[in-house]
Design a binder for this molecule. Structure first.
Ligand code: ATP
Ligand code: MG
Length: 385
């Protein structure tokens, strides 16, 4: 536990509150991974928390969340979710606090996400989270059907964590995902995208195919996706995976347009644009991802859309190698410019057509990329035509 978290917990404890690190940071610590952020749950109300620390930001007052900033780092501190029945005054305070922690942990989605750690590093594990971590199991806290009915996002999270952690999904939890996947229609596109992207960025991006198989993405797709080649995702460069996912959906007849799919998923405009360029490359390749076809595409397009299209055709390794070795020339790489061709009598669209022809000649070794050779070739082309 980092020092600033110990400080936050201590200050809350000294003021008479209960306080624990909770959720993902406990999970990651037990896995021996470095948590990317720390969340604290406490019996203090947001106003109490704000009063205890010099620098705080009311991040989610509705949920009792306050961000506490210390020199060593910041953490979100959230009030235990309190159930009225625990505050009936008939129980001793400490029991009430334990109940509050239990309540707080039991509202969490997965057993591995539902553990708390106190200031001494002792773990509170009420739902067998540690055992599930050890055995590599994603399991709901409580009855999966009830938990997924409360919040359908949890189904996507269950699948996403299985990809990130490399865990299997417990059969009862998985059966509930399959059964209740239609409820995922209620989840906002932004949230679906966030879970999908985290899955694609994980060590097991092919799990995104299971999101399709389980029916979690049905509302974004027009077809069943039996031919979705999720096996091609792991070899795909991480920064292209969302676009390749959409291209694979397109090739599997699940969407008319990869770009439209990403637009529906509220992906950033640059990704939508890349998908539409990659779709154009796919059309031009028309299933032919031979070296010749890839070199032609790389002469005509920038590398990212060609790499994405190649990945969707199972030729990413080849395409990456060609890009790495830069075995092609683009019109902008040539030793001649449009103005040189204009001087030879080319005009309008013929200039870019001629530049492309010259680039292809260089790419395929039919001409050297020197001014002399290219001007000669261009002149010959004029005469021939
Ligand atoms: P990550 O590494 O992705 O941040 P995390 O476990 O911290 O993982 P968050 O989305 O940051 O995940 O949520 C923090 C904690 O809040 C989770 O560990 C879980 O206990 C709880 N949680 C988040 N979303 C839900 C949900 N939809 N339903 C129930 N509990 C949730
Ligand atoms: Mg988190």
């Amino acid at each position: 536990m980092p020092e600033f978290i110990r400080q936050i917990l201590s200050r809350l404890l000294d003021a008479g509150f209960e306080a624990y690190a909770v959720g993902g940071c406990v999970r990651d610590t037990l896995l021996g991974r470095v948590p990317h952020d720390w969340d604290v749950a406490a019996s203090a109300r947001d106003s109490d928390i704000a009063a205890l620390f010099e620098r705080t930001v009311p991040t989610g007052a509705k949920y009792g969340t306050v961000t506490v900033l210390l020199p060593g780092g910041s953490a979100e501190v959230t009030t235990f979710r309190v159930d009225g029945t625990y505050l009936d005054g008939r129980r001793p305070e400490t029991v009430a606090f334990v109940s509050d922690l239990r309540e707080d942990l039991s509202r969490r989605d997965l057993t591995v996400n539902a553990m708390a750690m106190d200031v001494n590093g002792d773990v509170v594990d009420l739902f067998g989270g540690r055992e599930d971590l050890r055995r590599g199991i994603i399991r709901c806290v409580g009855d999966p059907e009830r938990r997924f009915s409360e919040d359908a996002l949890r189904m996507l999270r269950a699948v996403r964590f299985s990809a990130q952690l490399g865990f299997g999904i417990e059969p009862g939890t998985l059966a509930a995902v399959r059964k209740l996947s239609p409820l995922a229609e209620k989840v906002s596109a932004e949230r679906v995208r966030a879970e999908l992207v985290k899955t694609l960025d994980s060590p097991r991006p092919e799990i995104a195919g299971l999101m399709i198989e389980y029916g979690l993405l049905r509302r974004f797709m027009t077809g069943p996706g039996e031919n979705f080649r999720s096996d091609l995702l792991p070899a795909c460069p991480e920064d292209l995976r969302t676009v390749v996912f959409a291209l694979l959906a397109h090739l599997a007849d699940m969407t008319d347009s990869a770009a439209a799919l990403l637009r529906d998923l509220r992906c950033p405009a640059r990704e939508v644009k890349l998908a539409s360029e990659a779709e154009a490359v796919l059309r031009e390749l028309d299933g032919d991802a031979s070296d010749t076809a890839l070199l032609t595409a790389l002469t005509d397009h920038s590398a990212p859309p060609v790499l994405a299209a190649s990945a969707a055709l199972g030729r990413i390794a080849r395409a990456e190698r060609i890009v790495r070795e830069r075995r092609y020339a683009r019109p902008g790489d040539l030793a001649v410019r449009g103005s040189d061709l204009a001087a030879l009598g080319f005009a309008g669209a013929d200039i870019s057509r001629a530049l492309r022809a010259l680039a292809l000649s260089v790419t395929f070794g039919q001409a050297e990329n020197t001014r002399e050779a290219l001007l000669g070739l261009a002149e010959k082309n004029v005469k021939d035509s």
